[in-house]
Design a protein around this ligand. Structure first.
Ligand SMILES: Nc1ncnc2c1ncn2[C@@H]1O[C@H](COP(=O)(O)OP(=O)(O)OP(=O)(O)O)[C@@H](O)[C@H]1O
Ligand SMILES: [Mg+2]
Length: 416
């Protein structure tokens, strides 16, 4: 084993249709680390639904299998993983804090105090803080300051974006990972992870929305002026598209999934009218076929509805006119041919598919898919933490990791 455990990161994406494990080696410099992909594992599973564990045994099994495959491919063992989290139980909101500055200049401790004050709000009994992301500082009521340390002023204010999660949902995810034999170093909100894998700094700065089209949920994250501004999780997702195909074409769930991936399209006008494909049939039904246009029509209608919900979310958050870099599509649904055309129509904004590629080495081509945006983002998140601290997640016993994770969790200023 040539890789130092201190340079390893591992990620787990617990989706509604599959579990993905990814292992990478961190290289490059601390400010801009690169991740060399060493191994990955993908195991189909429906043990988690929209970020909530509904079958512990099944989820544990899938984690163990995906991790085992990733470790075998990488030729290394890991102990700690960065784990994605998402779903309707996640809530995001902005919060405000204010402190008076006593010294001549603003120090790190003042910034910590004001961040803590902004984060110190009641989340309700069942929820806990996942991320506190400083967005803007004000010194003596002057806004737009991103780095206040070293400046002079008597009153320091902070705008912080707080992401909270349902404690029990997070506990149950953690339990599955632990039962599979691993330790969760940190949970990271999935669309934020995806943003690390697919957004360019310019897109973040100008304003854009990530729309992650998953199997159980559709997650939206809005970025503007370099920072995350809003996130939401929508109920309508790929599972609904599959359900419509089941009813429309009278096929099983399994066949609907297969037909969707093989012959489907998200934009009806792209499909030639004469294209026909064979439909699976029972002995009594006899040979059957269907027009691809019919399948595309079913998918187009439902994906349009999903994207319209995402647009409503963007509009409600007040950002529709402020996203010149447009919409970046990730997740399984982003693989549907014509999805970019559909998104351009619905949003009346530029659109593209978000495929991980930047800052990756090694088996990078194996993660060149919008489905891998979340796991790659988790690895890149981990890579930044490791590059900044020297603590990797490798080795069965990852000493020092816990000690390291706690303090940084509060400050994600340079991340999102
Ligand atoms: N080529 C394709 N065209 C349309 N949909 C597709 C295609 N390939 C995959 N999908 C759909 O993408 C969905 C799975 O996406 P993904 O793997 O991102 O979800 P997940 O991470 O398991 O779930 P979630 O994040 O919602 O919990 C499924 O509904 C699947 O049918
Ligand atoms: Mg997912």
């Amino acid at each position: 084993m040539s890789v130092q455990p201190s340079q390893l990161v591992a990620a787990l994406d617990l989706g509604s249709t599959k579990v993905v494990a990814l292992i990478a080696e961190v290289g490059g410099d601390a400010r801009d680390p690169v991740a060399k992909i060493l191994g990955f594992g993908l195991e189909r599973s429906n043990g988690v639904r929209r970020g909530v564990v509904r079958d512990i045994e099944e989820t544990t099994r899938a984690i163990a299998k995906a991790m085992k495959d990733a470790q075998r491919m990488a030729g290394v063992e890991v102990g700690t993983v960065y784990c994605g989290i998402a779903g309707e139980h996640v809530a995001g909101r902005s919060s405000h804090g204010m402190v008076s500055v006593t010294g001549d200049e603003i120090r790190t401790s003042d910034v910590a105090r004001v961040n803590d004050m902004a984060s110190n709000v009641s989340f309700g009994r069942d929820h806990e803080l996942l991320h506190a992301i400083p967005q803007d500082y004000l010194i003596d009521q002057q806004a737009g300051i991103s780095e206040p340390i070293g400046m002079t002023g008597s009153r320091l204010e902070a705008e912080v974006y707080l992401v909270t999660v349902l404690s029990s949902a997070m506990q149950n995810l953690r339990r599955c990972v632990e039962r599979a034999g691993y330790h969760v170093g940190e949970f990271v909100l999935e669309p934020l992870a995806a943003s690390l894998a697919v957004l360019t700094p310019d897109e973040r700065e100008l304003g854009c929305a990530i729309v992650e089209l998953g199997g159980g949920s559709t997650n939206v994250a809005i970025f503007h002026n370099g920072k995350i501004r809003h996130t939401a999780s929508l109920l309508c997702a790929g599972g609904h598209v599959t359900g419509d195909i089941v009813h429309g074409l009278q096929v099983t769930q399994h066949d609907a999934e297969r037909l969707k991936e093989r012959y489907g399209a998200a934009y009806e006008p792209l499909v030639a009218e004469q294209d026909v494909f064979d439909l699976p049939s029972t002995p009594a039904q006899g040979a059957r076929s269907a027009h691809r246009r019919v399948l595309a029509h079913i998918m187009h209608m439902r994906l349009q509805e999903i994207l319209e919900y995402a647009l409503d979310e963007v509009t409600r958050a007040g950002y529709h006119q402020r996203l010149p870099a447009g919409v970046i599509l990730t997740g399984g649904g982003a693989q549907a041919p014509g999805i970019v055309e559909l998104a351009r129509d619905v949003f009346a904004l530029p659109a593209r598919i978000g495929v991980p590629g930047e800052r990756l080495r090694g088996l990078a081509d194996s993660v060149e898919s919008p489905v891998m945006a979340v796991p790659v983002g988790l690895v890149l998140y981990g890579a930044r933490q490791v590059a900044g601290s020297g603590f990797g997640t490798g080795g069965r016993r990852s000493l020092g990791v816990d000690k390291y994770f706690a303090p940084v969790k509060r400050w994600l200023q340079d991340f999102f």
